[in-house]
Ligand binder design. Structure first.
Ligand code: ADP
Ligand code: MG
Length: 321
């Protein structure tokens, strides 16, 4: 590859919203045969909102009444108070809905002590009393059902049904536990980006195998995979942030030249791993950590740009041969 051709190719890529880190990146892009796609914020928009139709148990703390003399408080408000301290897309949806409800009720979200973010799992903390009920602190956990179960908190039948129903339509279901008991299931969802399905189909025609990698639940992952045409056998769900990188390394070990597309803090290690023998691609809308870890930034935050990158790299290197 002549330096001039590479320069022209890089310039063409930049016009298409594909910013590449260095001259070697184009050659690598050309040789990709596998593209691992994060779900939330990559295949989907990442702008989640509370799906009120699918949420269950909100507005009643009846399950807890037997155990304490505390007045009823909406589990959504307790969850929103905690999630206000998290930057996860799930947290943003819950916080927004709680703020809205607080506003309607003329109140404010309660305070929080001892907040802990459990990456890829959920959040915990002590939600302190409000002005109307001082001294009524509660231990609250909000997160994925499997993690809540690991904490020894069982899900009553109606909540587990609600969780399953929500997840099978592609939602992310999280459990709100208050003082060691499951109080509500909150379903949040976002939408698949308009161009994702066609972009993934085009990757396939370019001979590239798409794989979906997510920390989200298997049912939601399968639903999204179905919407965009990813093979059910190529879905890796409920993968903890620390293990995402191992999924990429495993594919590399089996001989694949992997491009990983992601946006989150929790994708950074996998993006960097992809970059050791392939490429990390970050959504331009993504976190700084993802962008710093990647070789390519997709300015438009659109999977079309991945297709454009592969096409430009192949065209450039065809000319210079
Ligand atoms: P993704 O791969 O979709 O970015 P993560 O690894 O960040 O997912 O999180 C995996 C799952 O853990 C989420 O789908 C959600 O169920 C749960 N989770 C993570 N962070 C939070 C949070 N702040 N509040 C509630 N649930 C969370
Ligand atoms: Mg993401």
């Amino acid at each position: 590859a002549t330096p001039t051709a590479i320069l022209v190719g890089s310039g063409r890529a930049a016009q298409l919203g594909v910013v590449i880190r260095g001259p070697e990146v184009l050659e690598l892009t050309r040789s990709l045969d596998t593209i691992v796609l994060d779900k939330t914020g990559t295949i989907t928009t990442g702008r989640m909102s509370l799906d009120t139709a699918a949420s269950a148990g909100i507005g009643s703390e009846s399950a807890l009444q037997g155990r304490s003399a505390l007045p009823t408080i909406d589990p959504l408000m307790l969850a929103g108070a905690l999630e206000a301290l998290s930057e996860h897309p799930v947290a943003a949806a819950i916080t927004a809905a709680a703020h809205k409800r607080a506003k309607i009720g003329g109140s404010r979200l309660p305070g929080v002590e001892g907040f802990v973010n459990h990456e890829g799992r959920g959040v915990t903390g002590r939600v302190t009393g409000t002005a109307s009920e001082p001294g009524s602190a509660r231990e609250v956990a909000v997160g994925r059902a499997s993690w809540i179960a690991e904490r020894g908190i069982a899900l009553p039948g109606h909540l587990s049904n609600a969780l399953e129903a929500a997840e099978s339509t592609g939602a992310t279901g999280v459990v709100v536990a208050v003082n060691g008991r499951a109080a509500a299931v909150l379903a949040v969802r976002d939408t698949v980006r308009a161009s994702s399905a066609t972009a993934i189909a085009e990757l396939r025609t370019l001979g590239i195998r798409p794989i979906l990698l997510t920390g989200d639940n298997a049912r939601a992952a399968a639903h999204v995979a179905g919407q965009v045409g990813i093979d059910p056998a190529d879905v890796r769900a409920e993968v903890l942030p620390a293990d995402k990188r191992d999924v990429v390394a495993g594919l590399q070990a089996s001989g694949a030249v992997v491009g990983m597309v992601g946006d989150g803090v929790n994708d950074a290690a996998a993006l960097a791993q992809a970059g050791t023998r392939g490429l990390g691609l970050a959504m331009g809308s993504g976190t700084d950590a993802a962008i710093e870890a990647a070789d390519i930034t997709l300015v438009r935050a659109d999977l079309d740009a991945v297709v454009a990158a592969v096409r430009v790299s192949r065209a450039t290197l065809r000319i210079i041969k």
